[in-house]
Design a protein around this ligand. Sequence first.
Ligand SMILES: [Mg+2]
Length: 181
Amino acid sequence: MTKPLIVLDIDGVLADFMYGFEKAMGGPPPNPFEYNLLKSYPGREADVKLHLVDPSLYAKFPVVLGAKKAVKWLYDAGFELKAVTGRSKEGGIEAVTRAWIKKHFKKAITKIYMVPSKQKARFIADMSPAFAIDDSPANVRDLLECDVRGLLFSQIYNIREELPRMQNWARLIQALKETAQ
Ligand SMILES: [Mg+2]
């Protein structure tokens, strides 16, 4: 039997992008209600853009709360896990991303795909996952349009969106345990 597949976004789902970015900028924290980092640092846009293309930024991101434990649980429960990210392949970011996933998630996530955001939903639909998790409302909307069961990973910047969502990693695992009973 093939294992049910779960597709995971990286930034905002596995990697704590906002916290990592605050450190890189030397503070203050990005506006938690704003998904677009450029809008969080008025007057410092050039600096934001420089950090976004710097691979060392991505190496330092902490793991989202509960993600490590939950991914291990899913892997042990027999799910197949793949990451699909809109991060650029350019300038060493791909190598840093692969190393970061390997460091934190070991053998649980071995397949990582770098796909431009606009093509992500189609790409994921072709993988026929059981569901796909993303923190971007636009990406989840695209997934639903492609008949993929998309779940919006709750973050302050997406809290007002009316979309199927998961509150956090612990709640997802709890829900899966309950449905398995
Ligand atoms: Mg994301």
